[in-house]
Design a protein around this ligand. Structure first.
Ligand code: AMP
Ligand code: ZN
Ligand code: FE
Ligand code: FE
Length: 285
């Protein structure tokens, strides 16, 4: 495979909680000199077409992807999914259910915050595009607009923190259900940022083993939120279970400090990923 340039397999557009439209995101990726970018909006494939159209003629390769929300008991776990069939019935139904759950959960969070701050549901809707997968980042943007916090990160550290008293969870399938669903749709599952809470709070090995048996492809080791000792643990697990290791930015436009290509994936792993995905095609722009 020719060396196309840096490979970044985790980015968000305004189809979920990124601040740039898919077109703007693709332009940013070209400007940053990326060779390959995956669009991985939360629980939605609605940005794929626009992203591919925007990449046409740029030389940038676009991998269609998604970051599927899952819940492992009380803990949330994000599952990156690549090259699956977006029309697969289980994917369509389940992601619609998650997005709907997120919408009503966000409404309830805003209602509770509204008891203490001057903020309404309309203020939050004004910060999101039509049909976007809603999350706390949109509530954060409304709080910024109202002047309560300087930026998203400050909102997450205070009013939107899970210990703030306003937080609540939302419906999502288990990681095992997620992996099965992605694989059944011809896709390639990669566990996203699995070590954000350190080595000893990585998902239990027996669960990882189940995911591997169901077809888990890799672990996202290169991510700014994984701790250093957590990354060591992930590399041990990857070696033990024959998992591929990815690295990505988790770019959210100006919504997060994460910069495109601050972590990257090797061309060898990309090649394996392309060979494993059969549900949709990469777009060679
Ligand atoms: P939610 O999905 O509603 O629970 O919100 C979590 C999302 O917000 C994740 O996709 C994160 O990328 C994003 N997020 C988490 N922490 C921060 C932060 N400190 N600043 C900006 N975005 C964040
Ligand atoms: Zn996000
Ligand atoms: Fe995530
Ligand atoms: Fe993400």
């Amino acid at each position: 495979m020719p060396d196309r340039g840096p490979i970044d397999l985790h980015t968000h557009s305004s189809v979920s909680d990124g601040t740039e439209t898919p077109t703007q995101l693709i332009r940013a990726a070209v400007t940053a000199g990326l060779g390959v970018v995956a669009l991985t909006d939360h629980d939605s494939t609605a940005g794929w077409q626009e992203a591919c159209a925007a990449a046409s003629g740029t030389g940038l390769m676009v991998i269609p992807g998604m970051e599927l929300s899952t819940n492992q008991g009380p803990a949330s776990a994000h599952m990156l999914a690549y090259l699956f069939n977006p029309a697969n019935a289980a994917i369509v139904t389940e992601t619609a259910r998650i997005r709907d759950g997120r919408l009503h959960r966000a409404e309830r969070i805003v209602q509770r915050i509204g008891a203490d701050y001057d903020i309404s549901w309309d203020d939050v809707l004004a910060q999101s595009t039509d049909g976007a997968t809603l999350g706390r980042p949109h509530i954060a943007d409304a709080l910024v607009e109202k002047g309560y916090v300087p930026n998203r990160s400050a909102a997450f550290e205070t009013i939107l923190h899970w210990r703030s008293g306003y937080y609540e969870k939302y419906y999502a399938p288990s990681p095992l259900e997620g992996v099965r669903m992605i694989v059944a749709a011809g896709g390639v599952p990669v566990l996203a940022h699995p070590a954000t809470h350190g080595r000893y709070r990585v998902m239990e090995e027996r669960v990882i083993e189940e995911l591997v048996d169901a077809g888990l492809f890799g672990l996202e080791v290169g991510h700014r939120d994984n701790t250093e000792d957590g990354k060591e643990r992930l590399i041990e697990l990857a070696a033990k279970y024959g998992l591929s290791v990815t690295g990505s930015s988790d770019y959210h436009g100006v919504g997060k400090p994460n910069r495109l290509a601050e972590n990257t994936t090797s061309p060898e792993v990309l090649e394996k990923l392309l060979a494993a995905g059969t549900g949709s095609q990469p777009f060679y722009g």
